[in-house]
Write a protein that binds this ligand. Structure first.
Ligand code: SDX
Length: 431
């Protein structure tokens, strides 16, 4: 592999195994991250590395997002996420992540028109929703419907695609994910689906399809639209997290975008990952019901004999504050004040954060609020039902998933992802 930092003197690391010394090239990233390139290790030594949860393993070279967990830095294509959330729209950020630059005025207009013209789904797909139980979790519906797009757009699932075909499938999915999400909600509450409006922008159309009815038009509140826009931007990418790594692994077999994203949605659903935003609200509601005893909750989270985790706290990468949590906490205060909502869950959340940040158990383990800790409070204030919180996360993360799938498709490294293992099962057994 060529070292991305060719301006740096080449560096090698020595690994000594018994009387053998093996040299491994050192790979240096743009922000001076260092990695041992062990591509030749097994051929030279017969050894593989073991790294549970890939906590110390880089799976790829990527130009999309940079995170510095110690300094609480998150940048999309080099731009701090705080600036993007403040100054740009979700669609502009999606364009930045997927195509590598913020769109010009004409590119933004063309991209927005493309998404608007592709946001309808085939009418036969609408009928599929009728055959799902109204109680089905929206993440199950979303994952099923996204992969079902492969059936309705077979011309877009070729293993080798032209740039034009790739842009088409990207636009189809980015445009339709809102429609699929809103329809799954409408079906779950037994209301007729609401079609998108050409004059509405991306987030406005989603709220319209979610909350308008055939008799009442949902009154778009700029504060609410702005808050949801920012939440989607803050969720848009996060380098090689569980669900993005899933999208890359599935895509590495040359599976199509719909199938790869459907797999990513399933990975995001887990409560240790994107499902945490739903778990946080359920935890806060339980604490409020139980009288708001935060000290009891903190002690329960510290009890090693208790499987309870303080949901929305901790992170594999951020060993300092999660920059997204800081922005979302600010949005919380703004939106709830604007909407005149006094949510006891917000007060409990702030009390938990204050108590945990003073507690040695959390300090020693560098456990801070992550992106999921406050986001659910805003979503609830907007009227998004709790079981749709992770769907909102998926909508936000879609541009990042697409960007990584595309980067891998276009990468000169076409290797299918296939980790090794250490076998600990039964020895040779004859029957
Ligand atoms: C997301 O990777 C990403 O980028 C993800 C994400 C993204 O944008 O894609 O940022 C989105 O998934 C955010 C995380 C949402 N999940 C939660 O909020 C669930 C609660 N958090 C934990 O499950 C946990 O912190 C993880 C999964 C987030 C991180 O787990 P790690 O890195 O594997 O850390 P660990 O489990 O090894 O924990 C280290 C120690 C352990 O204690 P000891 O064994 O050292 O005594 O910290 C403890 C853990 O028990 N710990 C917690 C805790 N999180 C970790 N203790 C109580 N409550 C917690 N939340």
């Amino acid at each position: 592999m060529n070292n991305p930092r060719s301006d740096q003197p080449s560096e090698t690391a020595k690994i000594t195994i018994g009387d053998k010394v093996v040299s491994c090239p050192v790979v240096t990233g743009v922000e001076n991250e260092k990695a041992l390139d062990i591509s030749g290790l097994r051929n030279q030594t017969g050894y593989v590395t073991y790294d549970e949860g890939y906590a110390n393993t880089a799976s790829c070279l990527s130009s999309i997002t940079f995170i510095d967990g110690e300094k609480g830095i998150l940048r999309y294509r080099g731009i701090p996420v705080e600036e993007l959330a403040e100054k740009r729209s979700f669609i502009e950020v999606a364009h930045l992540l997927i195509f590598g630059h913020l769109p010009s005025v004409s590119e933004k207009s063309a991209f927005s028109k493309l998404l608007t013209s592709n946001c309808m789904i085939h009418d036969n797909m609408v009928k599929l929703f009728d055959n799902l139980p109204s109680s089905s979790h929206p993440m199950a519906t979303l994952s099923a419907m996204v992969v079902t797009l492969s059936a309705y757009y077979p011309e877009l699932i070729k293993p080798e695609m032209s740039a034009e075909e790739m842009n088409k499938i990207i636009a189809e999915l980015l445009a339709k994910i809102r429609t699929l999400a809103a329809y799954s909600y409408k079906k779950s509450i037994g209301e007729p689906i609401i079609y998108p409006k050409r004059e509405y922008k991306y987030v406005e159309n989603f709220l319209h399809m979610m909350f308008s009815t055939p008799v009442d038009e949902y009154p778009l509140d700029k504060e609410v639209v702005d808050a949801l826009e920012k939440i989607l931007i803050l969720h848009a990418d996060h380098e090689q997290n569980c669900s993005t790594s899933t999208v890359r692994l599935v895509g590495s077999s040359k599976a199509n975008l719909f199938a790869s994203i459907s797999a990513g949605i399933c990975a995001l659903w887990g409560p240790l990952h994107g499902g945490a935003n739903q778990a946080v609200i359920e935890m806060l509601e339980e604490i409020v019901r139980d009288g708001g005893d935060v000290k009891k909750v903190i002690e329960k989270a510290k009890d090693k004999n208790n499987p309870f985790l303080l949901m929305g706290f901790g992170h594999r990468i951020y060993k300092n504050f999660d920059p997204r949590a800081k922005v979302i906490k600010g949005i919380c205060d703004t939106v709830l004040t604007k909407l005149g909502i006094n949510d006891p869950c917000l007060e409990v959340a702030k009390t938990i954060e204050e108590a945990a940040l003073k507690d040695d158990f959390f300090i020693q383990r560098k456990l801070y609020p992550n992106v999921d800790f406050y986001s659910g409070i805003i979503l609830r204030a907007i009227g998004i039902p709790t079981n749709m919180f992770t769907v909102i996360f998926a909508m936000g993360r879609l541009p990042g998933w697409i960007a990584h799938w595309k980067e891998q498709c276009e990468s000169p490294n076409k290797k299918i992802g296939r980790p090794r293992q250490i076998y600990v099962g039964a020895p040779l057994t004859h029957i």
